[in-house]
Design a protein around this ligand. Structure first.
Ligand code: SAM
Length: 341
């Protein structure tokens, strides 16, 4: 029994300290600790040298680096600190699977929102106004895209998640019989390029708001495939490009059931016969007891909601997309493919 109590206590401690651990990760990333260590000749540096590089106090840097070691973000031999395999993989700013963009988004946007969680729960509303002094009816146009650097930070965040999860989403289903796809709300195009890479016969149109499309050059990969093209528009107001496959990756969770129905009805009208919709999201367990990643995200209180695979399937079914195939990718995003039979 004593053992069980200790286990529960250590779980409690982990939960109580979780926010400190997140902030250590955010701060070390923002101060570019991982990039600084990688750039040194031997890949190792003492705390004083890191402090000089990141222009911070030695005392503060030492404590930050020690905390990073305890969290598995860095390793230390004698007085020398170095990156771990995990930080080399996910925290260097130019790593192919870098999560830097998303981490900065969490630090600058999600963290301030979550400091107002109590009000968010009391009111059941988004706390943008309290956190940033500005209300936002449309989170994208009013909050994310109103300032250039905020837009770029949001796009970098989306880009990093799409780079990490894109391949698993793109290869989740056999799409070889389809010729054209349209990635609605495709943001930087990272997911569209993954689909083009995974399916040599598929041409992909990336559709997003004009403010986003004008930045697409910034995220264009070196080996960009010319089967990916970009179209600017508003998926609630403008005509949708015709396609065999409509990709909705991390789109539907932002919108109410009413708006989801509106968008799906537009897709059903635009699509070629036999076409399909591929929805990629965090799928909640059917009993809504997990995964906590999805349930925690729901607390940012956008007008949308987190749903399970069967809830997505039901929404799609009412627009004629019946045969549903579900893939749990064990990556950041799952996928469901519903075909218009
Ligand atoms: N699909 C991308 C991914 O998985 O990386 C980005 C997901 S992001 C959460 C939502 C995207 O929807 C943003 O790129 C945003 O600009 C786009 N979006 C929001 N409202 C839109 C609208 N009315 N018309 C077109 N795109 C829209």
């Amino acid at each position: 029994r004593e053992h069980e109590t200790k286990e529960k206590l250590s779980k409690m401690i982990e939960l109580m300290d979780g926010f400190k651990a997140s902030k250590v990760l955010f701060t070390a990333s923002k101060l570019r600790v991982f990039d600084v260590l990688r750039s040194s000749k031997t890949g190792e540096l003492r705390a004083e040298d890191v402090a000089q590089e990141i222009k911070a106090s030695v005392k503060g840097t030492e404590r930050l680096l020690e905390a990073c070691v305890s969290l598995g973000l860095l390793q230390r031999t004698g007085k020398e600190y170095a990156n771990t395999a995990m930080s080399r993989h996910f925290l260097l700013s130019d790593a192919p699977l870098s999560l830097q963009g998303y981490i900065q988004h969490c630090n600058e946007l999600v963290w301030p929102l979550f400091t107002h969680l109590e009000s968010a729960v009391r009111e059941g509303t988004n706390q943008h106004e309290k956190a940033f002094g500005k209300s936002s009816d449309n989170i994208f146009q009013d909050a994310y895209y109103s300032r250039h650097e905020v837009k770029l930070r949001f796009m970098r965040a989306m880009h990093s998640i799409a780079k990490v999860s894109g391949r698993d989403v793109a290869t989740a289903f056999d799409l070889s019989k389809y010729k054209t796809a349209c990635d609605l709300g495709g943001c930087t195009g990272a997911m569209a390029y993954e689909f083009a890479k995974a399916h040599p016969g598929l041409s992909v149109t990336m559709f997003d708001l004009p403010e986003v499309i004008e930045m697409s050059g910034h995220f264009r990969p070196h080996d960009a495939d010319d089967r990916v093209s970009f179209v600017a528009g508003d998926f609630f107001k403008d005509e949708l490009p015709k396609a065999d496959v409509y990709i909705l990756a991390r789109i539907l969770h932002d919108w109410s059931d009413e708006k989801v129905h509106f968008l799906l009805s537009k897709i059903a009208k635009a699509c070629n016969p036999g076409c399909c919709v591929l929805v990629s999201e965090i799928f909640l367990d059917e009993d809504r007891k997990g995964p906590s990643r999805g349930l925690l995200q729901a607390l940012s209180m956008t007008e949308g909601r987190q749903r399970s695979a069967s809830e997505y399937s039901l929404l799609l079914r009412s627009h004629g997309f019946t045969a549903a195939h579900v893939k749990h990718t064990h990556n950041l995003l799952d996928a469901i493919l519903c075909v218009n039979e």
